[in-house]
Ligand binder design. Sequence first.
Ligand code: PNS
Length: 168
Amino acid sequence: MEKKAVYPGSFDPMTNGHVDIIQRGLKIFDKIIVAVLENPKKKTLFSTQDRVRMIREVFRRQDNIEVKAFRGLLADFVRRNRSSTVIRGLRAVSDFEFELQMALMNRTLDSTIETLFMMPSLHFTFLSSSLVKEVFTLGGCIQGLVPAVVERRLTDISRKPKGLKKYV
Ligand code: PNS
C-alpha cells in the first residue's frame, strides 16, 4: 500500500528549508501532500492560490508530490486524504513547544494521526518565511534561501507601487 504523508503549513512563501523537509520525507513516504493553509483571518503576502501555484511549480517534475489548499481542521484534511501521518519540520528547540501542542491536539482530535518531526539540513536551521520577507524587503539577498520561482515572485511584488512594505 502507498505510504502517504501530509506536510501542512502556511508557506508564505515556501523556503528551501521546506523543500529540504519534503525531499527528506520522500525517503520515508511514497507520496507527500503539501497542504497549504487557507486562513481568511491571517494576513498573508501571497494569496492561497499563488502559494499553491508556486509550490506546484517548484515540484513540477515530481509526481509523488501533490499540492492542495485546505481550510478548517488539519485532522479533517488528513482523514479526507486517506493519510494518518503529518510531517512537521523542527529547526530548533524553540519550535518544539508549539509543535508538541499541535501534534497532541491533532492526536486528540483523531487518535490515528501521528506527527513526524523532521530536522532540516543545518544550512536551513535559521530560515523562516517571515525572515525571508523581512530581509528581501530591506534589500538583502535571498538567493539560495528560496526556490527561484519564489524569488521571481517576490521581485515582481517589490516592483509594484505598494511593494512589500506593508507586510513586514
Ligand atoms: O507554517 P505554519 O504557519 O507553522 O503552519 C501551521 C499549521 C497550518 C500547520 C496550523 O496552523 C494548522 O494545522 N492549522 C489548521 C487548523 C487546525 O487544525 N488547528 C488545530 C490543530 S493545532
